[in-house]
Structure formats: structure tokens, C-alpha cells
Design a protein. Structure first.
Length: 193
């Protein structure tokens, strides 16, 4: 096996490992050459001059095209709603007779929705929910959020289904006290339907 064949074999093995680990790959000037059928899943950092000969010309053209197109000209980027959209006034919020602070904001990037929330006030229900800006694909449980139930702080859980986020005082899904101070705080994301 020639020196070049050994380098290509090592590179192909590294690329297979990277594909499995989703890590990046850094190729220094003159270290390796990529073959015609080489696929790269993950990050690729090229240093030094980029040169191509023979079958590598297509790869060079693809790399140059990818790095020379401004973001504004990319046509297949995900749909991004305006960041930090205030959802507090649009959401249906259940669980408080009065609220001293209500903060619910979201951002939607393609099929993902990111939600940040903080609600505190006087409890009047054993249930705690608010409606979501988009329906959830399937059912999702996000087990961690900060809660305050009748004045006592703890770690609660969140159940996302349909267009509603339901909050519990623990991972077992226990109900709230319908009096005293109630608070929920945290962030989560979900896939929209």
C-alpha cells in the first residue's frame, strides 16, 4: 500500500468515526486529499490553500460555493420567526387567581419552538397550564422546571401535548395546592406539528 493510499484509508476511517460522533474535522494544508465519493457529516475546517486536481475538482467547487455565498442568499435556510415573541397576552393561563408576574416568550426556527417562561402569583387551582403558540408533535415530557407550590420551592415537570403545557410539582405528576404562592420558571423546546 502506498503512502497516499494509507493516508486516504486513515482519512476515510476518521470520516466514518466523525459521522458517528458528529464531531468536526480539521484538515491542515497538505495533510490529506478527499476522494470523489467522500461524504462529510459535521463541521469541516480547511486551513491553507485549497487546490484540486482531477476528481477533487467537484469537491473544491462545492466547498468554494458553500463558503462564498452570503447568508442572505441561502435559499434553503429554515424559517425563522422573529425572535423573542411575547406570548403572555395570547396564552390561556390556568392556575392563578392573580398573577404578580407573567413572562412567556417564544421563538420558532423551522419545526422547533423554544419557550421561556416565568409566572408567579396566588394559586386558585390544583392545575397549572398555559397554551402553546403551536401544537406539539406527539407528546413530550420535559422533566425540569423550577416551581413554588404554596410557598415551597422545588423541581417540577412539564408535560406537552396538543397545544398545552401542563406543569406538575414533581416528576410523578403530583397536583398543586390551590392556595398560597404558585410559581413556575424555566425553558423548553418542542417539535411543532
Amino acid at each position: 500500500m502506498t503512502d497516499i493510499e494509507e493516508r486516504v484509508l486513515r482519512l476515510e476511517q476518521e470520516l466514518l468515526r466523525l459521522r458517528r460522533s458528529h464531531a468536526g474535522l480539521e484538515i491542515g494544508a497538505g495533510l490529506n486529499r478527499l476522494g470523489q465519493d467522500t461524504e462529510i457529516d459535521g463541521d469541516l475546517t480547511l486551513t491553507g490553500e485549497i487546490e484540486a486536481a482531477g476528481v477533487g475538482t467537484a469537491l473544491l467547487a462545492a466547498v468554494e460555493a458553500a463558503i462564498s455565498v452570503p447568508w442572505a442568499q441561502v435559499t434553503d435556510k429554515p424559517e425563522i420567526d422573529a425572535a423573542n415573541i411575547n406570548w403572555a397576552s395570547d396564552a390561556t393561563i390556568v392556575g392563578w387567581s392573580s398573577r404578580t408576574s407573567t413572562f412567556i416568550r417564544y421563538a420558532s426556527v423551522g419545526p422547533l419552538v423554544f419557550v421561556s417562561f416565568y409566572i408567579t402569583g396566588t394559586s386558585n387551582s390544583v392545575n397549572t397550564t398555559f397554551t402553546l403558540p403551536f401544537s406539539v408533535t406527539g407528546m413530550t415530557i420535559r422533566p425540569v422546571c423550577r416551581i413554588r407550590n404554596n410557598g415551597t420551592y422545588g423541581v417540577g415537570s412539564i408535560y406537552l401535548f396538543g397545544d398545552t403545557a401542563t406543569f406538575y410539582i414533581d416528576a410523578a405528576g403530583s397536583s398543586w395546592t390551590a392556595s398560597g404562592t404558585k410559581e413556575i420558571a424555566g425553558e423548553f423546546f418542542y417539535w411543532k406539528a
